[in-house]
Design a protein around this ligand. Structure first.
Ligand code: NAP
Length: 247
């Protein structure tokens, strides 16, 4: 960290587990003070915040259901009070349940759009008012948007909206030097991916990319590190598909 400049602050939604936890670790390693958002996994989020503090960083765990605007507002206030003005927002909170469109219940539709789409909308709206000028926003979409995989229609639609937010918000923030980009992972070895899949189906997905392996959360964290940091200073409004080359 540069002693002259104040420490930059990152908020990672869904930072308690999976890809978000790897992102929180990576950004802490990059020198950020990190806020780890969670909805249910308090023990995991607290343990990760402890781990980052023990490594010499500044970190806090902050509970908020991203689908609830009042909780998102309170989360931004808690992070500002605890760590300072937010420079980087990463939207990793998300849910997936594979279900053909014709079998999708109203509840599953609502839950998917409430968390993946409204959750991202809620944090973006708050960030528009509060993020530090010169900051960076990274949304997490999914390569399924490009693949049009059967069974993923509601999930894909919820993430397609996230990609649209990314591209339009990048333009709406003109004058603030805030960049808005998205990373769209292929299959990554997390609970979200493994849930409900047989070993054979997991192997099928692992063999899909020419690189013939599943992604690891760290593969995505490295890209978020790039998109959050100065080396991507001329990258704005882009969707980066990180998927081992699956198409
Ligand atoms: P994961 O291991 O299941 O972790 C999901 C995270 O989201 C958890 O930290 C969870 O926290 C949080 N979360 C869920 N609902 C929330 C809510 N309402 N408010 C706040 N946090 C909430 O999933 P993952 O694989 O890391 O997925 C992270 C992101 O990557 C998601 O947006 C997902 O769609 C996307 N993605 C994943 C893959 C993949 O193959 N894994 C591929 C493409 C895209 P709690 O446990 O505290 O609720």
């Amino acid at each position: 960290m540069n002693d002259q400049a104040p420490q930059r602050v990152a908020l990672v939604t869904g930072g308690s587990r999976g890809i978000g936890a790897a992102i929180a670790r990576r950004l802490a390693g990059d020198g950020f003070a990190v806020a780890i958002n969670y909805a249910a996994s308090a023990a995991e989020a607290d343990a990760l915040a402890d781990e980052l503090r023990q490594a010499g960083g500044r970190a806090l765990a902050v509970r908020a259901d991203v689908s609830k605007p009042a909780q998102v507002r309170a989360m931004f206030e808690a992070v500002e009070a605890g760590l300072g003005r937010i420079d980087v927002l990463v939207n990793s909170a998300g849910v997936l349940q594979v279900q053909p469109l014709a079998d999708t219940s109203d509840e599953l539709y609502d839950q998917t759009f409430d968390i993946n789409t409204r959750g991202t909308f809620n944090t973006l709206r708050e960030a528009g008012a509060r993020l530090a000028d010169g900051g960076s926003i990274v949304n997490v979409s999914s390569t399924t948007v490009a693949l049009n995989l059967p069974g993923y229609s509601v999930y894909i639609a919820s993430k397609a909206a996230v990609e649209s937010f990314t591209q339009v918000f990048a333009k709406e923030l003109r004058g603030r030097r805030i960049r808005v980009n998205a990373v769209a992972p292929g299959p990554v070895a997390t609970a979200l991916f493994f849930k409900g899949k047989s070993p054979e189906l997991i192997e099928h997905y692992a063999k899909m990319p020419p690189l013939e392996r599943l992604g690891e959360p760290e593969d995505i964290a490295g890209i978020v590190s790039f998109l959050a940091g100065p080396d991507s200073g001329w990258v704005n409004g882009q969707i980066l598909r990180a998927n081992g080359g699956v198409a």
